[in-house]
Design a protein around this ligand. Structure first.
Ligand SMILES: [Zn+2]
Length: 548
C-alpha cells in the first residue's frame, strides 16, 4: 500500500488487522509516549480507547542496531491478530505509529490496516516546516493541530519565525520595549512554553528565530538606540548597528529569555536580506557604511563589504548563543561565500537562495561553497520549498535536499535535510494545505522520487481517513498541491466532471458535519471543490451557448 512518506520496504501479506474499540497496548510510557499520543489523538475521536494490557494487540520493543546510517529505523509486522513494532528510539516509534495511521482505512466505522511487513528509516534527520507568526497571529489551537499533522507526516522540526519588520511575536519580559504597539496579539511566554511541550509530546522540536540584524523596522522603532549614528544623529530603518554594545546586550537578553522557553539545541538568528543593491538609495541599504561607529570598526578591522560587517555581527551573536548553551543557525545570503568566511564552522546554514543580480553578495550565494567550507546545511531553496509561491507538483516529486541547488554528492552527508516555508506575507498558513505538507515530507524522508498518481489516492485516504470507496479527492482536484486562489487554475488538469465534483462536495461537507474530522483539512478542500464547481459550471454554460 502506498503511503506518504513512503516506507523503504513493504511486503504485503494476506488479510487485515481490525481495531477493536479497545486498542490494547503492551508498551509503557517513556520513549513510547510520542507515538502513543499520536495514536490516541487519531483514534480517540472515533470512540476508541487505548489501554495498557498484558495481552496486547499492539506491542513494541526496542531494537538495538549499530548501523548509524539508518536514522529513526523501525520495523512493523502486522498480522490479523497483532501489530508488532521494533523501534530504535522514541522518534522511530512515533514514525511507526504514523505509518500505521497512514495505512488505516475505515469502512462503516470499522478501522483496519492490511497485514504486512515494513522496514523503514529516514534519509534526513532535519525535516522542517517554517511558520511565520511574526507577520500574523495564529491561534494556539490551530498551531497545535498543525503540529499533530507534522507528526503524522514524520516531521522533526517546526521552525517559528518570531521576529520581523512587523513585530516580535512573544510578549517579552526581558525587553518590554518590544511589546509596544504590536500590530497583532503577542503570545505570552506561558503560551509559547505550552506549545513547546505540546510539540515535544508528538516528537516535534520548536526552533525559534529572531531575525536580525536586518528586517529591523519594528525593533528600531521600539529601540531607536540600536540605530546606526551619522554625525550624532540616528540613521537607517532596516538594520541594527553592528558596532553598538547595546545591540548585543539586547540580543543577549532575548536569547537568554528564549532559552527559558525553548529546548531546541539551536537558536536561529535570521540575518537574511542585507545587501539590496537595487535599493541602494533606500533605507533598506545597510546604514553601516554611513555610521560613525561602524566606519571606525571597519577601519580598525579592514571591513569593506556588508558581508564583512555581517560576519562581525554573527561572530558576536555566536558567542552569546554559545554562552547560553545553544548553537547558532542563520540564513545563507548575507555571508559572501565566494571567499572563505571568518566564521565558526559549527554554525548551521539555512540555505534559501542563490545569487541574483541585485541581491546579496554577487558570487556569494552557493550551497556547494558552504559545504566545501565545512558547514552543515539545511536546504530551503525558495524555488523548491516556499509553499505555494514557487512549488510545482511535478518538480517537487523529484526534488531532494541534495538535488537542487546542485551540489557535488560527496558532500551529501553535510546536508541535514530540508524545510518547507510558509511565509505570513502571503497567508500561506491558511492554504498551505496538509497535502502540501505531506508531499514535501516525502521529499525530505526519501531520496526515491514521489509517485504522484499513487500520492493522490494515498493522501485522500490518509488525510480524510476515508471509507474505502471514498472518492479520490486529489484526482478530482487535479493534484495534491491545492492552491486556493483561482488564478492558479488548479482545475485545468482536473477531471472535467461536474457530477463527480458535486458528489465530492456533498460527501466532504457531510464528513465535516460529523465533527470528528479535522476542519483544517476539510474546509480548504471544500473551498477548492466549490471553486472547481464554479469554473466547471461556467464552462458548461459556455459550451451550451456555443452549441458544443
Ligand atoms: Zn552602526
Amino acid at each position: 500500500m502506498y503511503i506518504l512518506p513512503e516506507v523503504k520496504k513493504y511486503n504485503s501479506k494476506e488479510g487485515k488487522f481490525i481495531f477493536n474499540s479497545k486498542v490494547t497496548v503492551g508498551i509503557s510510557d517513556g520513549i513510547y509516549s510520542q507515538g502513543l499520543n499520536l495514536l490516541k489523538h487519531h483514534l480517540n475521536p472515533f470512540g476508541f480507547e487505548i489501554i495498557k494490557s498484558v495481552k496486547p494487540c499492539l506491542n513494541a520493543d526496542v531494537l538495538h542496531i549499530s548501523d548509524s546510517e539508518k536514522k529513526e529505523y523501525y520495523k512493523i509486522d502486522i498480522s490479523d491478530k497483532r501489530i508488532k513494532i521494533l523501534c530504535t528510539d522514541s522518534l522511530s516509534f512515533r514514525n511507526a505509529i504514523s505509518t500505521i495511521i497512514a495505512l488505516m482505512t475505515s469502512e462503516k466505522g470499522i478501522f483496519s490496516v492490511p497485514c504486512c511487513e515494513i522496514e523503514d528509516y529516514a534519509d534526513y534527520p532535519y525535516r522542517g516546516f517554517m511558520l511565520d507568526v511574526a507577520r500574523q497571529y495564529i491561534d494556539i489551537e490551530l498551531i497545535k493541530e498543525r503540529i499533530v499533522l507534522l507528526a503524522k507526516a514524520k516531521y522533526t522540526v517546526m521552525h517559528i519565525h518570531l521576529f520581523d519588520t512587523e513585530r516580535y511575536a512573544i510578549k517579552s519580559e526581558a525587553v518590554p520595549a518590544l511589546n509596544i504597539n504590536p500590530i497583532f496579539r503577542q503570545y505570552t511566554k506561558d503560551e509559547m512554553k505550552e506549545l513547546v511541550a505540546y510539540a515535544k509530546s508528538f516528537g516535534i522540536t520548536l526552533l525559534p528565530e529572531i531575525d536580525l540584524p536586518g528586517h529591523g523596522l519594528y525593533v528600531l522603532e521600539a529601540l531607536p538606540e540600536l540605530k546606526c549614528v551619522q554625525e550624532g544623529k540616528p540613521v537607517g530603518i532596516w538594520d541594527v548597528c553592528v558596532s553598538n554594545r547595546k545591540t548585543y546586550e539586547i540580543i543577549d537578553l532575548l536569547v537568554e529569555e528564549l532559552t527559558t522557553i525553548f529546548d531546541c539545541d539551536y537558536i536561529h538568528m535570521g540575518g537574511d536580506e542585507l545587501s539590496f543593491y537595487d535599493m541602494k538609495d533606500s533605507g533598506y541599504w545597510p546604514a553601516w557604511y554611513e555610521c560613525d561607529r561602524c566606519r571606525k570598526l571597519a577601519e580598525k578591522n579592514g571591513y569593506n563589504t556588508a558581508s564583512d560587517y555581517y560576519c562581525h555581527f554573527v561572530r558576536k551573536v555566536y558567542d552569546i548563543v554559545k554562552s547560553h548553551g545553544k548553537k547558532l543557525m542563520i540564513w545563507n545570503d548575507s555571508v559572501d561565500i565566494s571567499k572563505s568566511p571568518d566564521l565558526p564552522r559549527d554554525i548551521l546554514i539555512h540555505f534559501w537562495r542563490v545569487a541574483v543580480e541585485t541581491r546579496g553578495p554577487h558570487d556569494g550565494c552557493s550551497m556547494q561553497r558552504f559545504l566545501e567550507e565545512g558547514f552543515n546545511v539545511v536546504n530551503s531553496f525558495y524555488e523548491e520549498t516556499y509553499a505555494d509561491d514557487y512549488i510545482s507538483e511535478s518538480r517537487l516529486a523529484k526534488w531532494t535536499p541534495i538535488s537542487s541547488p546542485e551540489i557535488d554528492l560527496k558532500y551529501s552527508g553535510k546536508v541535514l535535510g530540508g524545510e518547507i516555508c510558509a511565509w505570513g506575507i502571503r497567508n500561506h498558513f491558511d492554504y498551505t494545505l496538509p497535502s502540501n505538507l505531506f508531499l514535501f515530507a516525502n521529499r525530505v524522508y526519501n531520496h526515491k522520487p514521489t509517485d504522484l498518481i499513487e500520492s493522490r489516492a494515498a493522501l485522500s485516504r490518509q488525510l480524510l481517513c476515508s471509507d474505502i470507496d471514498y472518492l479520490n479527492i486529489f484526482e478530482i482536484l487535479g493534484g495534491c498541491l491545492i492552491p486556493l486562489s483561482a488564478e492558479k487554475k488548479f482545475c485545468e488538469d482536473a477531471e472535467q466532471n461536474l457530477d463527480k465534483v458535486n458528489e465530492a462536495i456533498e460527501k466532504t461537507t457531510r464528513k465535516l458535519a460529523e465533527g470528528r474530522y479535522d476542519a483544517l483539512i476539510l474546509k480548504p478542500i471544500i473551498n477548492c471543490l466549490e471553486e472547481l464547481k464554479y469554473s466547471l459550471t461556467v464552462q458548461k454554460k459556455e459550451d451550451i451557448e456555443n452549441g458544443r
